[in-house]
Design a protein around this ligand. Structure first.
Ligand SMILES: *Cc1c(COP(=O)(O)O)cnc(C)c1O
Length: 452
């Protein structure tokens, strides 16, 4: 065991509301490597800031969750939610694990096809599907979940022009006790709108309804909400089968499982309040098996996003400056801002440092590099006096950040992957001026000639 350095005893006033030296010690928050690759090495190769993904963790998370379902139910398929993270390398790993693609726009559809995912392995969701994307999806045999009545009409017209009867699913929304209720997507169940959609499809005679889709929300902490969802879906499926003669071949229950991240304002650690994948799987599969008729095993589809990728992602950032604020708070300016950390609005991340630092921890604030007052990466964290150059490792940041990040004031940084074999692969190059100028056009009359 490494002997800890001697620290002089001190008397220090306790500040309410902050963690303090006598609570959780900061020394447990040192991280010098990710999956055995040193932070120094990563920065030396691809700079700071840098997003780093762990292939090992990604595969582990997927397998753990998939197995908790497939051990309990015989017909399970996961669909990778592209919007959660659509970097090719991340999608490819999950496709190799067996996930199909779940896309919600023409862009995402094209991205999946470009990566090599065949149409019949794409689930096409979302409230805005262009006619051209619907046409392509129909031709290529994608699974389409209809969002609204206009889309029923769009698809009927396309089915007519393609002269074929096409299978479709519908998205429904319902009360599962989750507030706010997500009722803007699909057809509402309780009001009878979902039934109207089924009637409309049946009367149209051009489409064959074969699936139901529902996505009740995100970061759901209540397995019971899913039990309720699946129960209502199964009952509705049988109502459709009995009254309209359609066979519901899949029940797609969407995503929404939480990652082990800490929501702002919730002080219990994630390990305490966040149910495990097993808890969700048990609630869902028990209810499913209880509600299904004998020998009927429709495909159970899950579109879990954040629970699979969040913990596989880290952001390395570097202390650039140290300030003392007028109220006495110590402040740091680091090289990664909230434009790279969209989820910082909801999460209080783990922040680890890459070295042991001598000195008394005190409440500190971490600012990003943007010239914007809102650029606060962490409002309050107890840190020893970090010298310039200290690396901070922020996690979990694998979900939604590398899709919702925006180019603003600075270039977006490199994204690397540590493979199972321990190799460092660059999976997205850092941006350069050309990436941004490539799309700009300067009208002839505005060409500058300020030199003379
Ligand atoms: C965003 C989304 C998901 C993934 O949600 P998570 O909360 O990240 O699991 C799945 N399905 C649909 C339709 C979505 O819009």
């Amino acid at each position: 065991m490494v002997k800890k350095k001697y620290e002089k005893p001190v008397i220090k006033k306790l500040q309410m509301g902050f963690m303090n030296k006598f609570g959780r010690g900061y020394l447990s928050h040192i991280r010098q490597a990710i999956d055995g690759v040193s932070i120094d090495k990563l920065v030396e190769m691809y700079g700071s800031p840098q997003f780093v993904f762990s292939e090992k963790r990604l595969r582990q998370n997927y397998r753990r969750l998939y197995n908790s379902f497939s051990n309990r139910y015989p017909n399970v398929q996961f669909g990778w939610s592209y919007k959660t993270n659509y970097l090719n390398a991340i999608c490819a790993i999950l496709h190799k694990e067996g996930e199909v693609a779940e896309v919600v726009s023409e862009f995402e559809y094209e991205k999946a096809r470009n990566l090599g995912v065949p149409g019949h392995k794409i689930i096409f969701n979302g409230p805005f599907k262009t006619i051209s994307s619907l046409k392509r999806a129909l031709e290529e045999g994608a699974i389409i979940n209809i969002d609204h009545f206009e889309e029923i009409q769009d698809i009927e017209r396309l089915a007519q022009s393609l002269n074929k009867k096409v299978k479709v699913g519908i998205r429904i929304n319902m009360d599962t006790g989750i507030v706010p209720q997500w009722s803007r997507f699909g057809f509402n169940l309780e009001s009878g709108q979902a039934l109207d959609a089924v009637k409309r499809i049946a009367y149209g005679k051009r489409l064959v309804l074969n699936g139901l889709h529902c996505h009740i929300g995100t970061f759901i902490l209540e397995p019971k909400a899913y039990s309720l969802e699946i129960e209502k879906m199964v009952n509705f499926a049988y109502q459709i089968e009995d009254d309209f003669g359609f066979k519901i071949e899949y029940l797609d229950i969407g995503g929404g499982f939480p990652s082990k991240n800490r929501l702002k304002g919730i002080y219990l650690p994630p390990e305490v309040i966040i149910p495990s994948g097993e808890d969700f799987a048990e609630a869902i599969c028990d209810t499913l098996l209880r509600c299904l008729r004998p020998n009927d095993f429709p495909k159970l589809i899950l579109e879990t996003g954040r629970a699979i990728v969040d913990e596989a992602g880290y952001l390395i950032t570097t202390v650039h400056a140290i300030k003392r604020m007028p109220d006495g708070l110590r402040a740091y300016v680091v090289d990664a801002g909230v434009n790279l950390l969209f989820t910082s609005f909801w999460y209080k991340f783990n922040i680890e440092i890459d070295r042991e630092v001598q000195g008394i921890p005190e409440p500190s604030i971490i600012y990003g590099p943007l010239c914007m007052n809102i650029d606060v990466v962490e409002e309050s964290i107890n840190l020893p006096p970090l010298p310039r150059g200290t690396r901070l490792i922020i996690s979990p940041v694998g979900a939604y950040n590398v899709t919702q990040w925006m180019q603003f004031i600075n270039y977006r940084p490199a994204v690397s992957l540590i493979t199972i074999e321990g190799k460092i692969e660059l999976i997205r190059e850092p941006e350069t001026l050309d990436d941004i100028l490539g799309k700009e056009k300067l009208p002839q009359k505005l060409q500058l000639n300020l030199e003379d």
